[in-house]
Design a protein around this ligand. Structure first.
Ligand SMILES: C[S@@+](CC[C@H](N)C(=O)[O-])C[C@H]1O[C@@H](n2cnc3c(N)ncnc32)[C@H](O)[C@@H]1O
Length: 193
């Protein structure tokens, strides 16, 4: 059976190895929250967020790939999920309503960003006070794995943290239960430029 790119992303995101339930637990979203899933892929997490935040909440499923967004729209319709809005974006940044998001979530997307510091600096405009940015990405593969891992499909945790600090964020949580990925949560620094 052939799977589409969207289905492949969702199969991976939902595989027990990647611990989606624990990720959801840690994020502890409230009903009514507004979430931006940047680089939403096949929408596995966007759907879960939509279910959790309920009809009073909202999820922006954002991607540079129109076909992935069409897939998410189709799944949302099929599952009668009405609180997902898809947004087709360019590579350099996203436009969202100012101060609208309780959580901005990027899973396996950081390593795609060409100018991550600028990217995250501009995202601060879309966070509500106390809003969070959660970044999950592949850690640098161990030497033996580098032969079979696609080149550059990871972001070193140190680099993620340093980039976020420069972009005006502070680290508020870090989790190490994911076997292959780092998981850090940030908030805008009080004096973040
Ligand atoms: C490896 S997939 C991860 C998909 C999803 N987050 C997940 O965890 O299953 C990376 C996704 O990011 C999207 N993407 C790449 N660069 C992007 C950018 N600059 N802005 C928004 N989305 C981007 C890709 O189209 C793709 O859907």
């Amino acid at each position: 059976m052939m799977f589409s790119k969207a289905e492949m992303f969702n199969r991976k995101a939902s595989h027990p190895k990647y611990r989606a339930n624990e990720i959801m637990k840690v994020l502890a979203l409230s009903e009514g929250a507004v979430v931006a899933d940047i680089g939403a892929g096949g929408g596995y997490f966007a759907m879960r967020f939509a279910e959790t935040v309920g009809s009073e909440g909202k999820v922006y499923a954002i991607d540079t790939d129109r076909k992935l967004l069409a897939y998410i729209e189709k799944c949302a319709e099929k599952n009668r999920i009405a609180n997902i809005e898809t947004i087709l974006t360019g590579e350099r940044g996203v436009v969202l309503p100012e101060q609208s998001c309780d959580l901005i979530f990027l899973r396996n997307v950081f390593h795609h960003l060409r100018q991550p510091e600028d990217y995250f600096r501009s995202l601060k405009n879309f966070l509500r006070p106390k809003g969070r940015v959660a970044v999950i990405d592949y850690k640098k593969p161990r030497a033996v794995m580098r032969f079979i891992s696609p080149i550059g499909h990871y972001a070193e945790e140190r680099f993620i943290r340093e980039t976020m600090r420069k972009a005006g964020y502070v680290l508020v949580e870090s989790h190490d239960f994911l076997p292959e990925q780092s998981f850090n949560i940030f908030q805008a620094a009080e004096n973040g430029k």
